[in-house]
Design a protein around this ligand. Structure first.
Ligand code: SF4
Length: 123
């Protein structure tokens, strides 16, 4: 059975808009595309279905070499503040992409400048 709803944490609602199929392992890229292709998005707190396939997820915490779990949770909170969503709500990519132009400069200033994927996202 096809599952059309993706469960995503706050910062992935923004960052995945700039995913270009680069910068990750093939298996992880496939997982990200399967999420991007889902029609409905349910906003969750903490690890989501992208994290579930990520090698950095350890004991339900992000152990990225670049960010601490606390930094990632802060990014999630700020993403939801900027987009005007709360955990538990549902949305879709179209609704999010309409909000991105209004919020992307603040998001870039808050997080992208110090992110190792900045070039992957914005060239
Ligand atoms: S790096 Fe951390 S936040 Fe990003 S997908 Fe992996 S576990 Fe999730």
């Amino acid at each position: 059975m096809l599952v059309h709803k993706a469960k995503l944490r706050g910062h992935h609602l923004i960052c995945l808009n700039f995913f270009r199929g680069e910068g990750y392992s093939e298996d992880f890229i496939r997982q990200i595309y399967s999420v991007i292709n889902k029609e409905e998005l349910e906003i969750v707190e903490g690890p989501d279905e992208v994290c579930a396939r990520c090698p950095y997820l350890k004991e339900d915490r992000c152990s990225s070499s670049e960010f601490t779990d606390e930094m990632i949770i802060h990014q999630d909170e700020e993403a939801l503040r900027l987009l005007g969503f709360r955990p538990g709500e549902c949305t879709d990519w179209r609704t999010i992409s309409e909000k991105i132009p209004e919020i992307i400069e603040e998001w870039k200033n808050l997080f992208c400048m110090s992110c190792g994927y900045q070039k992957t996202c914005f060239g």
